[in-house]
Design a protein around this ligand. Sequence first.
Ligand SMILES: Cc1cc2nc3c(=O)[nH]c(=O)nc-3n(C[C@H](O)[C@H](O)[C@H](O)COP(=O)(O)OP(=O)(O)OC[C@H]3O[C@@H](n4cnc5c(N)ncnc54)[C@H](O)[C@@H]3O)c2cc1C
Length: 404
Amino acid sequence: MNQPSYAVVGGGILGAATARQLLQLKPGARVTLLEKEPVLAEHQTGHNSGVVHAGLYYTPGSLKAKLCRRGVGLLQDFCAEHELTYDECGKVLVALNGTEKARLADIAGRARANGVPGVRELDQAELADIEPHVTGVAGLHSPHTAIVDYAAVTRAMAQDIVDAGGTVRTSFEVTGLRQDGQQTVIQGSDGQEERADRVVLCAGLQSDRVAALAGDEADPRIVPFRGEYYLLRPERRDLVRGLIYPVPDPRYPFLGVHMTPRVDGEVMVGPNAVLALAREGYGWSRISGRDLRDAVGWPGFRRFAAKHWRTGATEMLGSLSKQRFIGAARRYVPELTTADVVPGPRGVRAQALDADGSLVDDFRINRRGSVLSVRNAPSPAATSSLAIAEHIVDTLLDRKEAAA
Ligand SMILES: Cc1cc2nc3c(=O)[nH]c(=O)nc-3n(C[C@H](O)[C@H](O)[C@H](O)COP(=O)(O)OP(=O)(O)OC[C@H]3O[C@@H](n4cnc5c(N)ncnc54)[C@H](O)[C@@H]3O)c2cc1C
């Protein structure tokens, strides 16, 4: 009997985890991972904060909360099995006033409901014990929040795919999908072709466009938000022991400028969140007319901008002024100055917006016949990737078949 065949589009952490999961459930199946860039993890996966989120913020019972908690355990085991660094450096959230302290209590409640281990509320002295250079009226400590290198994790997943008999094809940009009998023909930009019985689309910043190739609806659409970082000069890395975060603004999906040690020893300060002028635009000089027209010309984005223009303007000023950017972190690390940092990496978030201008919060997964598309996989999707992959594969195969 012919083995079933599967193609996964997108060589970020989600595509790699999904292809790997398919091979685990269906050994002997033909599984191909297709990526348009010459190497894997070129976009969000290789340009993020590297934090393994413990699950502090998410609404208890939501898919995001459940997949995050399961994802943490799976990722920790994966890193142990593959000898990849998994550093439980811990994280503090810092409240600067009474309003933020009240929000911390709410986050602590959510964290406990989500089963995050070891979470503890801190007074000023306890906060100073953990992070001596931090000032705040109160804190919340998550000792098991960790850091990893998600690009390295993705490469290890790709090696597992190849070892299990799967194929990884880079420089394969999917430009069309059409049905041919029971199979989907996946067309590549330079005449390349793949065929598969079932297809999963995990195209990150291009996910709405790639889903549309499969006949999916145009909305929700992706709006790219760039996150910029500075790096601490080596001699100032002692300002930070673990991860230091502000209390997030509940009206906004991003977590605010934080201090993030990396597994290579660098410490990042950031990211902010500014509208990117191109979906894969990591600097101000990279402008895409198509991407800009798609965002600004769409009523959903205009509704979003009308609601959030004030925050947008503040973030933009922070992007243009190092003083303002570092000022955001100096609120809780007062010794930090602009002389302590140098420009660092940048990433672009694929944030899905609904037509009414609201930000899509949870993962958006849509199945249309034999094609399943992942439309919204924002943070903590790198943390949750192995658990999201289980969920995707169960949805693609339906649970009964997955268990067979
Ligand atoms: C600044 C920033 C900070 C973040 N911090 C964290 C964090 O600390 N912790 C965390 O858990 N998450 C974090 N995230 C989120 C996390 O990085 C993403 O949720 C995750 O990487 C999504 O993985 P992905 O595979 O869906 O997307 P991507 O990594 O973007 O992969 C999508 C892939 O699809 C490919 N592709 C697109 N179109 C095509 C096509 N037509 N044909 C073939 N291939 C195609 C792209 O080239 C790309 O490689 C952060 C994100 C950003 C941007």
